[in-house]
Structures are given as C-alpha cells and as structure tokens.
Design a binder for this molecule. Structure first.
Ligand SMILES: [Cu+2]
Length: 144
C-alpha cells in the first residue's frame, strides 16, 4: 500500500464508523414539557415512517440531560402510572406518536438550566442502529 493511501484510510474511517442517519423516519411536532425544580420532563414527538419495514425506536440521548428514557404512561383504576419500555414500533408507512398520557421520552437531570423557549437536541436511536437528531422546543408545564 502506498503511504498516502494508508493516510487516506486513516482519515476516512472515523467518518464511516458513525451511525447512518435514519432515512425513513421523519419527526415532527417535537417538544418538551418543562417542569419546575429540575423534575423529569416529558419529551413528545410524532415519528412517521415512509419505509416498507417497521422501525423500532430503541433509545434516545441528549447532551442536555444526564438520562433520557422511553416511558409509557397509563391509567389503572384512576391512578396514573408510567413504566419503562424497551422500544416503540413505528409501523411501515405509518406513524408513532409520543404524547402526554402515552408514550414519552423521560428527560432527567438537565445538564444545565433549561428554560421555556429553548431548543434541545435529542438523538433518537433506532433498532437498526441508525439515528436521527431532532430539535425539541421547550414549552411550559401547562402546555396540552
Ligand atoms: Cu415518564
């Protein structure tokens, strides 16, 4: 191998190692419901899949929060509760909605104070390892 070829390989490889962008997932209406006192905040988004195969939302992360988890809220016997879920399926040519009272991202321990009007970047991670960076608008606690 010629020396310059080796150098080129070294330069190019890190870029190739990055996860591919999710091509078939389109996010819209992404927002975070900010709660006072650094309480965990709900993250909501509509994910549309224009591909021929179902896609699983597996994970999410953000530099703005120490931890982001996928949760599902439900009501049992009049009591609100929520649980962690491993994944959420976005059907082929369909969509999955994360919304108050249902599936949501639980954003915990803000890295620095977050205010209404801020934009928070969240990286969504899908079952095939692809990712999508989505900007979430921070809204007040009383937003429906
Ligand atoms: Cu939750």
């Amino acid at each position: 191998m010629k020396p310059y070829a080796l150098l080129l390989a070294t330069l190019v490889t890190p870029a190739l190692a990055h996860a591919a962008d999710a091509q078939h997932v389109h996010a819209s209406n992404a927002w975070i419901r900010l709660l006072p006192a650094n309480l965990p905040a709900g993250g909501f988004v509509v994910l549309a899949n224009d591909g021929d195969k179902p896609i699983e939302l597996r994970d999410a992360k953000s530099a703005s929060y120490a931890s982001v988890m996928l949760h599902k809220s439900s009501t049992e016997g009049g009591m609100g509760r929520m649980e962690m879920v491993d994944s959420l399926t976005i059907p082929a040519h369909g969509q999955a909605t994360l919304s108050p009272g249902a599936y949501h991202l639980m954003m915990m321990q803000a890295a620095k104070p977050i205010a209404v009007g801020d934009n928070v970047k969240v990286t969504l991670v899908f079952g095939d390892g692809s990712t999508s960076d989505v900007t979430f608008a921070v809204k007040p606690a009383n937003t429906l």
